[in-house]
Each structure stands twice: as C-alpha cells, then as structure tokens.
Design a protein around this ligand. Structure first.
Ligand code: MD3
Ligand code: FE
Length: 211
C-alpha cells in the first residue's frame, strides 16, 4: 500500500489508483473474502424483466446488499437464499473508503462481482439505485485484468476503454458518478491471484443519505 499514483482520466471525478493494493494486501483481502463468502454464498443473479441469467456471480458484504431480482433491482439487508444478514465489510476496505472517498459517512454496501470464464462481462449501465448520489462509488479489482468501458450520461454517448488490473482502485465521484460503464471482457491468465483464474470486483457504495 505504498505506491499511490492518481491518473486523471480527463473526466471530472474519475480517478484511477493503479496498484493501490500491493500483492500482499490483495492476498489478505482475498483471504478475508473467502471467509466471508462461506456465510454469504455467491449466486447467479437474473435480469428483472427477462429472467435471463447473468454471466457473473454475485454476493454482498455490509449492512445493505444490492440484488437483481424478478421484481427489479433493490437493496436488502438479507441474503436472498440464506435470509441471513450480509457479513461485515473488511476493515481494509473501510480504511480505503475513509482515506480516498472524501465522504463523511461509511459505505453501506460492498457488492462482490465474480467474473469466471470467457463469457463473463457486464453490459453498459448506470448505478442509479442509491439515494446518496453525492457519495462516490469505489471499485477494487482483484485477479485477472479486465477491459473496462466508461461513457457519458446517455447510453449513446461516446465511450473510452481502459484496463483495470489486480489491486487497482477506481473512484467515481462528482459528475462521473452517473456515467455509463461496463466490463467488456476479462483477460484470462493475466493474474495468478485467484486460484483457477478469474476476476473479482468489489464495489463500495453509500446507499442511504446520512442523517
Ligand atoms: C464508472 N461493476 O457492479 S465497478 C457494478 O467491474 C459495476 O464489476 C463493475 O459496474 C465491475 O455496478 C465496475 C466500477 C464502477 C462503478 C460505478 C461507476 C465504474 C463506474 C460509475 C460511473 C462510472
Ligand atoms: Fe456499475
């Protein structure tokens, strides 16, 4: 966690911290995640209207989990299959949020996206299920590098793509909070961190407006 370089991507509120977490910190995080998912098993979400299965697996940590269900997207305090509360967000991630979010209140949700295999991707979308739109969204990448795409505020706006590698932290704040974004594909074999390969993305979000 020594090197910290901010790249300004020529878009307000969009900052990349390459290799914010060094290899040792990445392993420690992965270890904590492995423990947490024993209590909150990853599941394959489905698209609300079509019922189409996603190409990725998901689970959550924190007070509120983001869920894609038959009725639509929502935040819920309980795992949809176990009906148990989500495990706590690891301290390293709360520390990260405190250090770089610039937001007074802690994150309430850590969405865990698990990309395995050649087909895993995430279509272009906006994160718009949170009341606290004044809080940034923080993304932590672990494992294989992905090709990430960021656009504007309309789906048809021109996009720009770049790579997110293991240990990278992306901060989406200010106006950029509402940009369209997605994951085009994961480059298999680009990291040895996750056994069996694949990419894990952790997305930290403040959901409710602080009192
Ligand atoms: C850029 N996940 O779960 S997080 C998601 O890598 C999601 O799994 C992606 O998008 C992943 O909703 C990317 C990074 C992210 C989050 C919010 C953004 C990038 C963003 C908002 C605006 C622009
Ligand atoms: Fe998103």
């Amino acid at each position: 966690m020594t090197r910290k370089l901010t790249i300004n991507m020529d878009a307000d509120g969009l900052q990349l911290y390459p290799h914010y977490f060094d290899r040792e910190a990445q392993s420690a995080l992965l270890c904590e995640l492995r423990e947490a998912v024993r209590f909150a098993p990853p599941y394959r979400p489905h698209m609300p209207r079509t019922g189409q299965p996603w190409s990725i697996m998901q689970t959550n940590l924190g007070a509120l989990g983001w869920i894609s269900g038959a009725q639509g997207y929502r935040y819920d305090a309980f795992h949809p299959l176990t009906n148990e509360p989500w495990p706590a967000i690891p301290k390293a991630l709360l520390d990260l949020w405190a250090e770089i979010s610039g937001y007074d209140a802690p994150p309430e949700c850590c969405l865990v996206n698990i990309y395995k295999g050649e087909k895993a991707r995430m279509g272009l979308h906006q994160d718009r299920d949170e009341a606290a739109t004044d809080a940034p969204v923080l993304s932590i990448s672990l494992g294989d590098t992905c090709l990430f795409r960021v656009g504007g505020f309309a789906r048809s706006d021109k996009t720009k793509s770049f790579r997110l590698a293991s240990g990278d932290v992306l901060v989406l704040g200010g106006a950029s909070r509402m940009r369209f974004h997605g994951v085009d594909r994961v480059i298999s074999g680009s990291s040895q961190l996750v056994s069996g390969g694949g990419r894990i993305n952790l997305t930290l979000r403040r959901v409710t407006k602080p009192a």
